[in-house]
Design a protein around this ligand. Structure first.
Ligand code: ZN
Length: 252
């Protein structure tokens, strides 16, 4: 295992552009491929190293909302590389087609990968505080149920590296929005000179409210802002940071 193991739950695999973080519970699912790219790695190289073949990758024009896009259901036609005009707007991407990779881009927001081993539904979700307040994870779990017949209790969730409660200082308006959306979210707000919020916990609460089994939610537990050695951070880079991708696919 090149690159050593970071302090959180995940493990680092690969080198150079194929360097990536994986989570043990998703890695244990037969036929599933997932990865979180790290600073300096590329989604294409990571996918190719993980799958042993190049896979088509679908992404979204992310807008910090809660819209869900389902791909790969088009008459079973082969997935083609989408050009810029084709990339739909949204913050959660779903498929059940083998060999089609889903990706969301982040640099502090929480990337959440979901797998339904029985229903075969997969999702990649982009959840910053706005998407969390809008309920993007709830929408994705709902669509996995409605469109693919996934039971929430069957889903496995992996939450990748994102800005942690150690660093995510926010204004009072963000705290208010969070509490308006989830009255029980007080535990996700930490005090201090400025309030800080726990994005992972807020999304964990959202998943639990949907009926996801707490033992089937795994979080990397790594802060993008603290871990400049491994991750890009929008806040640390003052907006000039690169992006990292969270990727999920059924092996072809
Ligand atoms: Zn931190």
């Amino acid at each position: 295992m090149a690159g050593g193991t970071p302090e959180g739950l995940g493990a680092i695999l690969g080198e150079g552009p194929a360097r990536r973080l994986i989570l043990p519970s998703l890695e244990s699912i037969s036929g599933l491929l997932h990865a979180f790219t790290v600073k300096g790695s590329s989604p294409a190289a990571v996918l190719s190293a993980s799958a042993g073949a190049d896979l088509p990758l679908r992404t979204l024009r992310q807008v910090h909302g809660a819209a869900v896009e389902i791909v790969g259901e088009e008459n079973r036609a082969p997935a083609r590389p989408a050009d810029a005009e084709d990339v739909p707007e949204g913050d959660a991407l779903l498929t059940r087609r083998p060999g089609l990779a889903l990706g969301v881009y982040v640099a502090d927001c929480a990337p959440i990968l979901i797998c339904g081993p029985e229903s075969r539904g997969l999702a990649a979700v982009h959840a910053g505080w706005r998407g969390t307040v809008a309920g993007v994870l709830r929408e994705a779990i709902g669509a996995l149920g409605e469109d693919f017949g996934a039971r929430p209790g069957d889903l496995r969730l992996g939450i990748g590296p994102c800005i942690g409660p150690c660093c995510f200082e926010v204004g009072e308006e963000v705290v208010e929005a969070l509490l308006d959306a989830d009255r029980g979210a007080g535990a996700c707000v930490l005090g201090g000179a400025r309030p800080r919020i726990d994005l992972v916990e807020a999304n964990r609460r959202q998943a639990l409210a949907c009926g996801v089994d707490p033992d089937r939610i795994e979080a990397a537990g790594l802060c993008t802002m603290c871990r400049g050695d491994l991750f890009e951070s929008y806040r640390r880079g003052r907006g000039r940071a690169g992006r990292m991708a969270a990727l999920i696919a059924w092996r072809p």
